[in-house]
Design a protein around this ligand. Structure first.
Ligand code: ZN
Length: 481
């Protein structure tokens, strides 16, 4: 069932691979396929981790709108085997503790935290057909070890990988012409510029690990090369092949993953399955800063999503701030932006209250998003729809960006003292009465007093309504008593 009447919306996306904006033409419009690199689960997601989740959530919503909700497959992995996980688990249990049990606990808990935090930002869970609990759409690396081993065996057979001292390494020289194409570097440049781990068993210093040995106290699986565990990069190649096939439409992630992770994924997948194209469009979001600075623990501006939610920033506000910057530009998180977003969302929610989403989103909003995910432009159009007073169009269009949804709305109501609401209602009633008796001086004085306290009054044909502005100060309502 097409989502829209008439000609299908044309989507253009910037493809990192070609460094151009291209018209998007899926391999199969009945099943548009997207893979996005997910988190390594050992700690809470920080604000920067959330950016790709929100960016690709909007793309997912757009694809579902254009191709139909049943015609989009979206896979995002959980990396639940990794040296960072092992190190954190060892630290948690101390000397002689049961590291494996702690790894199971830590990865399960962190996975749930991630889902909770991203859900609070309004991100839909990835999905695959006939996968009601989203288990396949959110694959855990440890569930795909046999597929990784099979892919590594294939790479060895084809001469793209070799075994050395219990490790299996990808031989970049076997793929030298194309290795580095995505990020625009040559193997020789990389060797000259990179501080790579020089292991004596590597043929080329840029060769990267597909498999490595595990000591008895760490997670390990039997393999043709002894008990061991996979390198990080192979999991995305093996899981995307298993779940999406040898050619699919979009691969996404933060631009910090472009090298080496995505470069290595391409090398592995294209060498293991040369009959396929692997990912046709590569999309990368830019990084996030906080108050104009790189987020870092030493600067004291390092926040997890959970920290911000706990401090009272609503998830919808965080989402709105993210979407007000285009995904290919660095995004600066500031408290001031959050305050402005909160005030605007309060006005929007008041305007759209009680309005059911109906019909289609406004075509200008769709067009903005279809133009390489111009979320900033889409928000500008939402502002115009708000001003024009078309609440249905406005509400339906906002949902395409994952805003004003019922799930995200609880922050906007019920968070003021009931007596404050009564006081404001009473003041508005007095003002209406004053106007009715042509006592405009009193009516204006009441309006000014409300404005002074940061209460925004809106007169409509059904009477006056109000909402709290960003400068709301309950103390100043004393003047109304
Ligand atoms: Zn990946």
């Amino acid at each position: 069932m097409p989502a829209q009447e008439g000609p299908m919306t044309e989507i253009t996306l910037y493809n990192t691979k070609t460094r151009k904006k291209e018209r998007f033409a899926p391999l199969n419009p009945e099943n548009v396929r997207m893979y996005v690199c997910g988190p390594t689960v050992y700690d809470r997601a920080h604000l920067g981790n959330a950016r790709p989740v929100v960016v690709f959530d909007v793309l997912y919503r757009l694809l579902r709108h254009v191709y139909g909700p049943d015609h989009v497959t979206y896979v995002r992995n959980f990396t639940d085997v990794d040296d960072k996980i092992n190190a954190r688990a060892k630290e948690n249990v101390g000397e002689g503790g049961d590291v494996n049990a702690e790894i199971a606990r830590l990865t399960a808990q962190t996975t749930q935290w991630f889902l909770d935090d991203m859900g609070a930002l309004g991100a839909l869970e990835p999905s695959i057909k006939d996968d009601p609990d989203h288990q396949k759409a959110m694959p855990r690396a440890t569930q795909y070890i046999p597929q990784m081993i099979a892919m590594i065996e294939g790479l060895i057979e084809k001469g793209h990988a070799y075994e050395a001292e219990g490790h299996v390494l990808f031989a970049v020289d076997s793929w030298k012409e194309r290795y580095g194409n995505l990020s625009g570097r040559s193997v020789d440049d990389m060797i000259a510029g990179a501080r790579v781990e020089v292991a004596p068993y590597k043929r080329n210093p840029m060769d990267f690990v597909l498999w490595k040995p595990s000591s008895d106290d760490l997670p390990g699986w039997e393999s043709p090369w002894g008990r061991g565990r996979p390198g990080w990069h192979i999991e995305c190649s093996a899981m995307s092949y298993e779940l999406l096939g040898d050619s699919f439409d979009i691969h996404g992630g933060g631009n910090d993953l472009m090298f080496p992770h995505h470069e290595n994924e391409i090398a592995q997948s294209c060498c293991a399955h040369p009959e396929g194209e692997f990912a046709r469009v590569w999309m990368h979001n830019e990084m996030l800063q906080v108050e104009g600075k790189k987020m870092s623990k030493s600067l004291g501006n390092f926040f997890t999503v959970h920290d911000l939610l706990e401090k009272g920033y609503p998830g919808e506000v965080i989402r709105f701030v993210f979407l007000s910057t285009h995904y290919r530009k660095p995004m600066d998180w500031t408290h001031e932006k959050a305050m402005e977003a909160e005030a605007e969302l309060r006005r929007w929610r008041a305007f759209a209250a009680g309005i059911e989403p109906m019909g289609s989103p406004h075509q200008d909003v769709v067009k903005a998003l279809a133009d390489d995910l111009n979320t900033h432009g889409a928000i500008t159009i939402l502002r115009e729809l708000y001003k024009s007073g078309n609440a249905h169009d406005f509400r339906q269009s906002a949902e395409l960006l994952g805003l004003l949804t019922p799930e995200l709305g609880s922050w906007a109501d019920g968070d003021i003292e009931p007596e404050v609401g009564e006081l404001i209602d009473h003041a508005l009633k007095m003002r209406t009465e004053a106007k009715a008796t042509k006592d405009f001086a009193t009516a204006d004085a009441l309006r000014d007093a409300l404005a002074e306290a940061g209460v925004l009054v809106k007169d409509t044909k059904d009477g006056a309504s109000w909402e709290l502005g960003p400068n709301f100060d309950p103390a100043k309502l004393e003047a109304l008593k």
